[in-house]
Design a binder for this molecule. Sequence first.
Ligand code: NOJ
Ligand code: CA
Length: 695
Amino acid sequence: MIAIWNKLVAILAASLIGMLALVAPLKAQSVEIASPDGRIVVTVDVTGEGRPGYAIARDGEAVITRSALGFLLTDQDKLDRRLQIIGSETASHDETWEQPWGERQFVRDHHNQLTVRFEENSDERRRFGVTFRVFNDGVGFRYVFDDPSMGETLRVAEELTEFNFAQNGTAWWIPGGEWNRYEYLYEETAISAVPLVHTPFTVRMKNGMHVAIHEAALVDFAGMWVKRTTGTNFRATLAPTGAQAARAVRDLPFHTPWRTIRISEDAAGLAMSDIDLNLNEPNKLGDVSWVKPHKYIGIWWSLHLDEESWGRQTGSGSDDSFTASRHGATTENTKRYIDFAAEHGFEGVLVEGWNIGWDGNWFFNGKLFSFTESYPDYDFEELARYAAEKGVPIVGHHETSGDIGNYEAQLEAGLDLMAARGVKSIKTGYVTDACNLRYVHPDGRETRECTESQVMQRHHLKVVTEAAKRKIAINAHEPVKDTGLRRTYPNWVAREGARGMEFNAWGVPPNGPSHVPIMVFTRMLSGPMDYTPGVLSLEGRGQPLQMTKARALAEYVVIYSPIQMAADLPEHYEEHMDAFQFIKDVPVDWAESRVLDAEVGDYVITARKDRNSEEWFVGGATDEDAREVTVALDFLEQGKRYTAQIYRDGAQAHYIGETRFDIEIEERSVIASDRLELRMAPGGGFAIRLVPIEA
Ligand code: NOJ
Ligand code: CA
């Protein structure tokens, strides 16, 4: 009742402000907007010298204290003072839209919107707006530059938007702008000890409030890093672009990407928020029924184990520690993988190292890659025929080693070839240091770019839209972070953008047990990740994986992606057929997803319902601590009986040592009122398939 009353008050207040705005410019220097349930309130104001800012409270308690808004420009005065609020408009929106594929079929976009118009008290009388959308689980806002008083072109030197946390607490982060992009282990520190970081950037304040800062719809603008200024105060930092003072340049009218702030009492709420997707534009590609969620295998793990090689020479790896000279991408080997995929129901075989350019240390040889010419021992035409016969498409691979110029020059021909060979999805790659991407501008000028540079956003969308014309999906590695653009371009199915499975082959150290329980509440807030789970042999290149076998299965449920790799070698799966069955059974497209229980960095338990059947799946993953958990099955349909196929840690299981293989696989008959008591071993977890029993 109180919630409804709050809502009414919020709507009345909002419409009153809206009406006033129609009558005369609003003179008040403070404007408020509440979420549909009335609990989150955003206050926008100008104070003192006319500096604009905003603050966010939830249930009357500060979440973000007053934080500045503004820009530093290269050829105009700084835009952050002598401003007045000259008007505002409000709107409300409640719509449920359908995802072509996703972690849930239907997404509700329910928010109240406030656009505040500012004018500068100067001769130029520069004007701009900021639009806020307030959801029940967070806030998004973006700057709107649609007034000629700002000139024809805006050259942004820096964004001055602040995010000032109301309290100290714990933060989980990876460093921003460092050479290895997003491929770092997460740090856990006090909020007041965080440096320059990437988003999504997640904190839990002392009062228990969970907050994550990110951005949505990063299109033709520089990506945002956030940097602590003092105490628990943070400010945006736009990624630089090669040899140019302005980090973003746009002709008017335009608006910036959305700055997003998820707010939740618990970790689960952060993970289940859809605000970033809601802030993106609807699908621009029309009929995307050709984008098919799928599981795939590939000539991949063998390369990272250094048992086979990308190129044909000794040492064809990403650093000098790779010594194998056995070319993996041969016609014969690819057929072997296609056969295995066909036998076990996989819908793709990734082949890396199929094309000219991999010989030697390819990390530094982007200019050598051909995207049309195969190695002589890879008969692409014959393989396309074989793949079609077996019904298992080849998954294409375009590694650029960061040479965007070389890639863009061949992009259309490279995509045409893949389309002609029946390829439905391509894994791209941008292996090089973060701000060392070689970009060639339309006028022939060459610059070096960061992953988040404005021009790199243009590049990624060029690849995605050119691929869409050929009905090909894109899975980018070493990508720019996800900002929800899969809603607008549903063929952008997944990306890497974090420390993936490859680090378990050769990373020092490998991904520890807490990596996934942190990543679910940081990296995964942004969108699907091609983590490439499923290494059931639990062995990297001379180093054991830091997880139990049951945990390896759980990752298919707790990490969302519409494309999931079964990353291990076929011959390894032959040795682990018992657990492999779960990888064969688990779907990749969901009607519903719920995080049932979690603490950031400690553990996560997720339930998902298959989009194409009545089956449910549950996954649990813990850090280095063992945990006894109770899973209430109340998400199941009442009155229905299910067979629970449970893959859980054995009594001896531990992520260190040979007991990491200790797994118990059992079946139980369950109903919605049942509760499963499960023990997760250190570095362990569980995976459950729930199959309805037909009456
Ligand atoms: C890095 C990617 O993350 C990995 O999956 C791939 O095998 C190599 N680059 C080569 O493209
Ligand atoms: Ca990578």
